[in-house]
Design a protein around this ligand. Structure first.
Ligand code: PMP
Length: 344
């Protein structure tokens, strides 16, 4: 009989799928790593598992302990999933701008969710930051993973995501593209792939080039933190989990381009993924186009792997909703009749 003893044993080993429609006219092979196939639906399951196991090993997290993290999304799901198996309590703090749906998902996994007002200054006692700090200090046995500063985040990608990409491409990957949020994915995976390919001959692709994708306005691509709508990526500060020496370049992508590609991935490639996935694919395709313009022969043998962090299910009322898209000008105003109008 082949079975896992718990769903958390199935974190990682996600598949690569070739993009064949959005890549029309490009000669490079573009492979997407489908992280929504992790049990919690995102790449964050990997860091959750590693951060918890490392905290157990170091004694920071003890039996019966409580995990406290300011998170509203994918990291919370990963932590809740692993915590449940191991008998830890989870308390997540999220600002009230986070959708009810997202809070409900965390609660469904058994986590407690504390909601804080968005409209207060960071040093106000009710702010997101103050409340999570207070919970960590006052709850007996509390431990805060702090994904932005926890080096076990990048380490989990060095140990799992990197080797998976290398092995599944038989060591032929030439470029790795990923969005940058905490920076854990690109730092860990990129570092592994660079180490693995360090001695590779130029004729076989040389050292893997690592390319970050970033929303226009975020600090990684030289912005000042100006608001953008794509979620999970870009920052207004430099997290410790990010090593800026790993990426060889950063490509900035607009919200409009990210969302339009996200929709094309669902419609043309059968990949219902999140907005940061569309963003990363835009960067991968721009890279493929540039390689082709510079050296058509080298482009034809390039193997570009782009990591898609999560599923589109969490964005149905935004990216996949026409009125939301129209309200930001990402879709033209409604014109003419629809099929329904015509058929009555
Ligand atoms: N996309 C989404 C949807 C995310 O939640 C995250 C994590 N913040 C990322 C991309 C970026 O990953 P990382 O934090 O490893 O840079």
């Amino acid at each position: 009989m082949k079975y896992a003893k718990h769903i958390s044993e199935l974190v990682g080993n996600t598949p690569l799928v070739q993009l064949t429609s959005v890549t029309e006219g490009l000669s490079a092979t573009v492979l997407a790593k489908i992280e929504y196939m992790n049990p919690g639906g995102s790449a964050k399951d990997r860091i959750a598992l590693k951060m918890i196991e490392a905290a157990e090993a170091s004694g920071e997290l003890r039996p019966g302990g409580t995990i406290v993290e300011p998170t509203s999304g994918n990291t919370g799901v990963g932590l809740a999933l692993v915590a449940q198996r191991k008998g830890y309590r989870c308390v997540f703090v999220c600002p009230d701008k986070v959708s009810q749906d997202k809070r409900d998902v965390l609660r469904a996994y058994g986590a407690e969710v504390v909601v804080t007002p968005t409209a207060v200054a960071p040093d106000h006692p009710d702010s997101y930051y103050s409340v999570s700090d207070r919970l960590v200090t006052e709850i007996e046995g509390a431990w805060k993973p702090n994904q932005y500063a926890n080096l076990n985040g990048p380490a989990s990608h060095y140990e799992t995501t990197g080797p998976e990409v290398w092995n599944d491409t038989d060591g032929r990957v030439t470029h790795f593209v990923a969005g940058v949020g905490t920076g854990g994915t690109i730092t860990g995976t990129g570092r592994y792939l660079k180490d693995a390919s360090a001695g590779r001959a130029a004729a076989d692709g040389g050292r893997v080039r690592v390319v970050g994708a970033d929303p226009q306005g975020s600090v990684y691509s030289g912005g000042d933190g100006r608001p953008y709508l794509v979620e999970g990526v870009g920052e207004d500060f430099w997290p410790t989990a990010y090593d800026p020496a790993v990426p060889d370049e950063i490509i900035a992508v607009s919200d409009a381009d990210s969302f339009s590609m996200t929709r094309r991935l669902a419609r043309e490639e059968g990949l219902l993924v999140g907005g940061s996935c569309g963003m990363a694919v835009v960067a991968a395709l721009r890279l493929a186009q540039r390689l082709q313009d510079e050296d058509p022969q080298a482009a034809a043998s390039a193997v570009i792997v782009v990591l898609l962090p999560d599923s589109g299910r969490g964005y149905m009322s935004k990216i996949f909703n026409d009125s939301w898209m129209r309200s930001y000008g990402f879709l033209p105003a409604e014109e003419g009749a629809t099929v329904a109008d015509v058929l009555g």
